[in-house]
Design a protein around this ligand. Sequence first.
Ligand code: NAD
Ligand code: DAU
Length: 338
Amino acid sequence: MRILVTGGAGFIGSHFVRQLMVGALPGYGVEDDVVVLDRFTYAGNEANLAPVAGRSRLRVVRGDICDPVVGGELMRGTDLVVHFAAESHVDRSIAGSAEFVRTNVLGTHTLLQAAADHGVGKFVLVSTDEVYGSIAEGSWPEDHPLRPNSLYAGSKAASDLVALAFHRTHGLPVCVTRCSNNYGPYQHPEKAIPLFVTNLLDGRPIPLYGDGRNVRDWLHVDDHCRALALVADRGRPGEIYNIGGGTELANRDLVSRLLELLGAGPEMVERVADRKAHDLRYSVDCSKIGEELGYAPRVPFERGLADTVRWYADHRDWWEPLRRLTGAAGAETLVETS
Ligand code: NAD
Ligand code: DAU
């Protein structure tokens, strides 16, 4: 089998590839050929693939998903596409949204067209719970209307719906997944958990937006990738699958746990201006993927968070260059453009 992984040099995509290469994903074996297509934006990093670099079954292509020639060439002979490539940081979409529409909407459309033209066997679009908007109580089922608030979520919702329309119109075997907040190793240090951890490791305060009551449902990246493999292997074409972690936490409670893990006091929390259109709470109903595909998260949050903190403490060589490049110190470093 040949598997094309777009965005395979980013946080979640590279975890998926590293797991694939060691045969750790259900339904896939060490004999499968894996092709990574990545533009290597600020979020794509060769170091994320270093543990599997040089394997004969892995080919890494530096290219843009908006380029129909690249997409077309790579689709030929491909059995499965797992599409991670995206602009993924909400704060960046507030600073400038053009690249989000280009990559997330136009790039996804270009890939879908190429996949349909070449009769690809399965196309998994990695979407997000943010497409539903914000929910004060209860959880969203997959058929809940989409009400995205950020430019990131709006662009993901567009790509998500375009993918489903490719299934209905052209019969492309698409599955869409909508997942909650991931955490784990190799996450870029401008996202909340790595930003907070690396700030504390450097003796700098944590920039907490607003009153810190916003709730996120945290899922270890390992659980997300296992769920994606189940969907790729056995998910029904044309279907949407929510994926969640079952660990809902207000940001201020997350911050308290990090302070404790790193032996820091409350004076290390700096309340800063709230994010524009900051969603209060996300919560997905995951019963469908549980009942149909037998998925349930396995990594307990306490253990996953402690392991993640330890990973960042042990891997300064990985994150210090990224912080120097992007000046990752919170949204105040992002200048609004369009
Ligand atoms: P990331 O930003 O770490 O990685 C994105 C990758 O896509 C990078 O390697 C980047 O170089 C690549 N890329 C960007 N534009 C490209 C283009 N035009 N052509 C080719 N490659 C391009 O993102 P992530 O956190 O790993 O998220 C991966 C996917 O999962 C995204 O689609 C995101 O919307 C979705 N998702 C993320 C989370 C989360 O908590 N991080 C949760 C749910 C869904
Ligand atoms: O829900 C899934 C989504 O989770 C994914 O689709 C996105 O790609 C991913 O980036 C993530 O989006 P969030 O906006 O929820 O994640 P982020 O890590 O940016 O922020 C998590 C929470 O922490 C959010 O409520 C905002 C808050 N925050 C974030 C930063 C960067 C702060 O309080 N301070 C900060 O400096």
